[in-house]
Design a protein around this ligand. Structure first.
Ligand code: NAP
Ligand code: ZN
Length: 348
């Protein structure tokens, strides 16, 4: 076991603070990574503050948008050597035997994935700890290759915000014939906007923040709708083929459905705690639908990283030292981030 400096939430109501954890010794198929950068996902806040129905395990070291450098590898590791640039996303193990694992849907493993943090390693009471930490030990199958020359701090948010938006958009083969809505222009939303725009779609951003209007156009939006402005709303009724909903709080879903055209589909990725209130009338009129989507597979994550590198697609980020993490949580909740905080782990 190695002692590793980290930042942890010790309970739902306390701010994150410096905390030492133990990382396991390397198994034969493990990779030890020195963490350089870690993105701050809104899920880190939901989980640190126990906002998902008492599912939080303490002490909790959040962080699942990890970029680092390989320090050492177990004797059976084939794909990585010391010095490689690598990433780790939202999960670090799956059963590797069920039909989903066998068909590159490992993120939907039937046994249940082991999350990068806030999980137990299979068959143990060992808590997994995430990327707000100096080091992490991960099975090689769950480590992503980061191409040489990729912007490291900007690559971090791709490991969750990137793949979570890339996965449903590519699943539905979004292309230049589609009009795609992006609801909520935050960490996930702005990546969804950049991907949909790169696929050639007409993209309309649905936002509560008028101050994001110009930036939305800079990032590839075709239209910007302030969802509190009746004139804006009227222009886009019954017009979208798909809407990627990334909003982190509950609100009136009938308005979101009103922007879909016949057979249109909401791709839901935002995760407010309370059950969504959806009126049957929103669905039956014009045969509209809603599907959910969680992160993406390891294969999709690698494909997305390579796509971003090739196309020069990166998130907009603000780099912070770890000492500013509690402020960053509050600013994220207050929609005061453009568009993802990334922690420089050399500050720990
Ligand atoms: P974020 O950066 O905080 O973005 C959320 C956006 O929601 C905000 O930028 C804001 O957009 C909108 N919003 C916030 N408060 C609002 C309010 N009171 N009313 C209306 N809109 C509001 O969060 P994120 O990191 O992108 O994550 C978004 C959600 O996705 C979270 O619930 C997170 O847990 C979830 N998530 C899901 C997955 C998955 O696998 N499905 C993966 C990662 C995260 P505007 O300012 O444009 O209105
Ligand atoms: Zn996340």
């Amino acid at each position: 076991m190695t002692r590793v400096k980290s930042y942890a939430a010790l309970k739902a109501t306390s701010p994150l603070e410096p905390f030492d954890i133990e990382r396991r010794n390397l198994n034969k198929d493990d990779v030890q990574i020195k963490i350089s950068f870690c993105g701050v996902c809104h899920s880190d806040i939901h989980m640190a503050r126990n906002e998902w129905g008492n599912t939080s395990i303490y002490p909790m070291v959040p962080g699942h948008e990890i970029i680092g450098v390989v320090e050492s590898v177990g004797e059976d590791v084939k794909k990585f050597t010391a010095g490689d640039d690598v990433g780790v996303g939202v999960y670090v193990d799956a059963c590797e035997r069920c039909s989903n694992c066998m068909s590159d849907n490992d993120h939907y493993c039937e046994k249940g994935i082991v999350l990068t943090y806030n999980s137990y390693e299979y068959g143990t009471k060992n808590i997994t700890y995430g990327g707000y930490s100096k080091r992490i030990v991960v099975k090689e199958n769950y480590v992503i290759k980061i191409p040489q020359g990729m912007d490291k701090p900007k690559a971090a948010p791709l490991l969750c915000a990137g793949v979570t938006t890339y996965s449903p958009l590519t699943h539905f083969k979004i292309n230049k014939h589609h009009k795609v809505g992006i609801a909520g222009l935050g960490g996930l939303g702005h990546m969804g906007l950049k991907f949909a725009s790169s696929f050639g779609s007409e993209v309309v951003v649905f936002s509560t923040s008028d101050s994001k209007r110009d930036e939305a156009f800079d990032m590839g939006a075709t239209h910007f709708v302030n969802v509190k402005n009746a004139e804006d709303i009227a222009k886009h009724q019954n017009s979208c083929d798909y809407i990627l909903d990334t909003v982190s709080v509950n609100r009136d879903m009938s308005q979101v459905f009103s922007f879909l055209k016949t057979d249109g589909i909401i791709m839901l990725v935002g995760l407010p705690m309370e059950p969504l209130a959806i009126s049957s009338f929103s669905l039956i009129d014009k045969r509209k639908g809603i599907i959910g989507s969680a992160i993406g597979s390891i294969k999709e994550t690698q494909e997305m990283i390579d796509y971003c590198f090739k196309k020069n697609i990166y998130p907009e980020i603000e780099i912070i030292p770890i000492s500013k993490i509690n402020e960053a949580f509050d600013r994220t909740i207050n929609q005061d981030v453009r568009y993802r905080f990334v922690i420089d782990m050399s500050s720990l």
